[in-house]
Design a binder for this molecule. Structure first.
Ligand SMILES: [Zn+2]
Length: 246
């Protein structure tokens, strides 16, 4: 997913249409894995940025999780997946961490940003929400000099890795992409239900959690009359030329 050693990718090769950002290396698959697969299937360029390496997780080493993340990104069709190397279980919306996040936003230069929603019990998911939201704005300020051109993504939507937070702004039909979402999640072999992986069990590695992924997608799909859906939240109103449905 990253450029080969010795080759310098051009700016066009680095740019994406959509950048999905998570706090941990499996957040984007849980929240928007179906949407990301749908986008790449339709020809859009998708990038993934994980803010931490998930080093505080009960299962899986940093090396394992990095390899799993790259496999999942390949299954989703993402053009590249990067890691900001910020501290797991200690994410915060500080200026220091903003300055470490901005270069990634300016490198990917997305038209649309997807980030975690706030009001999540996991403090990293809340911190990531505020950190990405503010970094996306600050990335447009030319006087913050990172040696890159400023870039402020025009649109940001938010997702919950495994919770909900009231009525979403949008529900995307992922019926055709749900199996690919599960495949991408299975690529995180250390994290989810996998009886052959010998390690202490956790909530997200339980069979109950694995089943809840399908239940949740079916729940959102039922809101819009399709089999599976993923929910996106927005801040404020979304401008459109005509109301969707015509
Ligand atoms: Zn997470």
């Amino acid at each position: 997913m990253t450029a080969e050693l010795g080759a310098t990718p051009s700016r066009a090769e680095l740019c994406v249409d959509v950048l999905a950002v998570g706090a941990h290396p499996d957040d984007v698959e849980l929240g928007v894995g179906g949407l990301l697969h749908k986008l790449t299937r339709l020809g859009y360029r998708v990038g993934i940025l994980d803010l931490t390496r998930g080093e505080m997780g009960t299962r899986g080493s940093v090396e394992e999780r990095a390899a799993e993340g790259q496999n999942a990104a390949r299954l989703l069709g993402a053009v590249r997946r990067e890691n900001a190397g910020l501290p797991d279980a200690a994410l915060a919306n500080t200026h220091e961490f903003q300055l470490r996040t901005i270069p990634f936003i300016r490198s990917f230069r997305p038209r649309m940003l997807l980030a975690t929603k706030d009001r999540d019990r996991h403090p990293d998911h809340c911190a990531a929400h505020h950190l990405v939201r503010d970094s996306a704005y600050l990335a447009g300020l030319a006087r913050i000099d990172t040696g890159q051109e400023p870039h402020r993504p025009p649109v940001t939507y938010y997702y919950h890795p495994y919770l909900e937070d009231g009525a979403p702004a949008l529900i995307v039909d992922i019926s055709e992409d749900f199996d690919a979402k599960l495949d991408a999640l299975r690529a995180h072999a250390s994290q989810f239900f996998n009886p052959s992986y010998g390690a202490a069990s956790t909530y997200i590695s339980s069979e109950t959690f694995w089943e809840s992924i399908r239940t949740r997608a079916a729940y959102w799909g039922s809101h819009i009359g399709v089999r599976y859906g993923e929910a996106l939240y927005a801040e404020g109103a979304i401008g459109v030329d005509l109301p969707p449905g015509l």
